[in-house]
Design a protein around this ligand. Structure first.
Ligand code: HEM
Length: 406
C-alpha cells in the first residue's frame, strides 16, 4: 500500500490535474507517439484527431488516484476498461510507457507546481493503479486461453458471406481461417478488427459488436459505412471493409470481449432500444432472448433516419411474427415520402417519454440501449426521470465513451 503522505499529495493534486486535463492529455499523447510511434498502431488515430477519446485514459487515471485508498470501489470500472484493453491486446509492458509519458506531461504542463514530492507520489500511485489493471487483464487473458477454441491477440478469420442490410450497413460473416474451433460469446459483446490498409502508415483497430446470437457457427458484424459529411472525412476502416472485404477475404480479429451483456437471470420485460447502427448488439440480444427465454416479454424499439438506412427490418419481423412475446416499434426522424406512403413506421420524430410510456406496460423492466451520444443521453435522462434504477439501465457507446449521465 501507499503511505499516508503520498495519499495526501495525490488527493490534493487531483483537482489541479483535472483542471489542466486537456492540455496534459495533449502533451501526453504527443510525447508518447514521438517516443513510441509503434503505439499509433494501437490507439485510434481518428479519435486522436478529433480529440474525443483523448481524455478518457488520463481521466480514468485521476479517478482511480482519487480513490487510491479504496481501489475496490472502482473495480467495476476497471473491469469494464480492461475488457476494452483485452480486446485491443494491451500487454503489461505497455503500462510503464503510459506511466512515463503521463508523468512527463504533468511536469511539462504544471512546471514548478509539480515538484519532486508530487511527481514521486504520482509515480507510486500510477504503479499501484497499473498493477490492478495488469492483474485484471492477466486473469482475463488466462480465461481466454483456458476456453475451448479461445485465443489471445489476433487470429485470422475469413469472410464466408457478405450481406447488404441497408444503404449504409453491410453484414460480414466470419469463420476461422484455420478451421479450428472458436468460442461462443455473450450477446452484446464486441470484437476488434485489424485493418491493414494499403498506403496507410499504420494499422487501424476498430471494435464492432457481434450482431447475431452466439453459436450459429460463425461470427457476424454489421458495419455502417461512414461517409464524409461536412468537415468530417469518410470513415477509413468502415469504407475499407465495405469496399475491399469480400467472401474469401482474411481479416485478423481478437476474441469477443465486453461487459455490456444480456442478463438472462432476469425475467422481467426486456426493453432493447437502438439508434442507427446501435442496432447491432440489440439484434444479438433479441435473437438470444427468443431462443433462451422464449417466455420473456421483449420490446424492440429502433430509431433510424428513414427506411433507406433501416437495417434488418425483415429479420426483426420474422422474429416478431414467430413470437407473441416480442413487440417491435420503428421510429423515423426523417421518413421519406415512400416511408410515409407505405406507413412502415410507428412514429415520426424521436423516442420521447409520452410515446415510450404509451408502448411499455411499465418501467419495471430491464433496459438496454445503444446509439449515438445524443440518443443515449436522451434515453438515460428519460429513464432516470421515470425512476428506473441504474442497475436496470445498461448502455454501450460506439466510439469514444463520453459522459451521458451528467
Ligand atoms: C481505452 C484507461 C492504460 C491503450 C481506455 C479507456 C480508458 C482507459 C478509460 C476508454 C475505455 C472505453 O472506450 O471503453 C486506462 C488507464 C490506464 C490505461 C486508467 C492505466 C492505468 C493503457 C495502456 C495502453 C492503453 C498501457 C496501451 C499502450 C488504450 C487504447 C484504448 C484505451 C488503445 C482505446 C481508445 C483509443 O484507441 O484511443 N483506456 N488505460 N491503455 N486504452 Fe487505456
Amino acid at each position: 500500500g501507499l503511505d499516508q503522505q503520498t495519499i495526501d499529495i495525490i488527493k490534493a493534486t487531483v483537482p489541479v490535474l483535472e483542471e489542466h486535463g486537456t492540455e496534459i492529455t495533449k502533451v501526453f499523447y504527443q510525447r508518447m507517439f514521438e517516443g513510441h510511434p509503434e503505439l499509433k498502431n494501437i490507439f485510434n488515430q481518428t479519435n486522436q484527431r478529433k480529440g474525443d477519446q483523448s481524455k478518457a485514459l488520463a481521466g480514468a487515471v485521476y479517478a482511480a488516484a482519487y480513490n487510491i485508498d479504496k481501489l475496490e470501489t472502482i473495480l467495476p470500472t476497471v473491469k469494464q476498461i480492461s475488457q476494452k484493453h483485452k480486446s485491443l491486446n494491451i500487454q503489461p509492458e505497455h503500462y510503464p510507457i503510459v506511466g512515463k509519458y503521463l508523468l512527463l506531461a504533468m511536469k511539462e504542463v504544471l512546471g514548478d507546481a509539480a515538484d519532486d514530492a508530487v511527481i514521486g507520489a504520482w509515480e507510486r500511485a500510477y504503479g499501484v493503479i497499473a498493477s490492478v489493471f495488469i492483474e485484471t487483464e492477466k486473469s482475463m487473458y488466462k480465461e481466454m486461453t483456458d476456453t475451448v477454441g479461445g485465443w489471445t491477440g489476433f487470429r485470422n478469420f475469413k469472410v464466408i458471406k457478405k450481406v447488404k442490410e441497408s444503404d449504409v450497413i453491410t453484414s460480414f460473416y466470419f469463420e476461422p481461417a484455420d478451421n479450428n474451433p472458436f468460442p461462443s460469446y455473450q450477446a452484446g459483446q464486441y470484437i476488434t478488427v485489424k485493418a491493414e490498409i494499403e498506403g496507410e502508415p499504420h494499422v487501424h483497430l476498430r471494435q464492432y459488436s457481434l450482431s447475431c446470437a452466439p453459436d450459429e457457427g460463425y461470427y457476424r458484424i454489421s458495419v455502417k459505412r461512414e461517409d464524409a459529411i461536412n468537415h468530417q472525412p469518410a470513415g477509413i476502416v468502415s469504407n475499407y471493409l465495405h469496399e475491399t472485404l469480400d467472401v474469401g477475404s482474411i481479416l485478423p480479429i481478437t476474441a469477443p470481449s465486453g461487459d455490456f451483456v444480456l442478463n438472462q437471470t432476469d425475467d422481467r420485460p426486456l426493453v432493447l432500444m437502438s439508434g442507427g447502427v446501435g442496432l447491432t448488439p440489440m439484434m444479438s440480444m433479441l435473437e438470444t432472448v427468443v431462443k433462451q427465454q422464449p417466455e420473456r416479454e421483449v420490446y424492440f424499439i429502433h430509431a433510424a433516419q428513414s427506411g433507406n438506412v433501416h437495417a434488418m427490418r425483415d429479420a426483426v419481423k420474422e422474429i416478431t411474427d414467430n413470437s407473441s412475446h416480442v413487440s417491435s416499434f420503428v421510429i423515423y426522424d426523417r421518413p421519406t415520402n415512400e416511408d410515409k406512403l407505405m406507413n412502415n413506421h410507428d412514429k415520426e420524430g424521436y423516442i420521447d417519454e409520452e410515446w415510450l410510456t404509451s408502448v411499455l406496460p411499465s418501467y419495471d423492466a430491464n433496459f438496454y440501449f445503444c446509439g449515438p451520444a445524443p440518443f443515449m443521453r436522451a434515453m438515460y435522462q428519460l429513464l432516470k426521470g421515470r425512476q428506473v434504477e441504474d442497475c436496470n439501465i445498461n448502455y454501450e457507446f460506439f466510439g469514444p465513451a463520453s459522459s451521458i449521465t451528467g
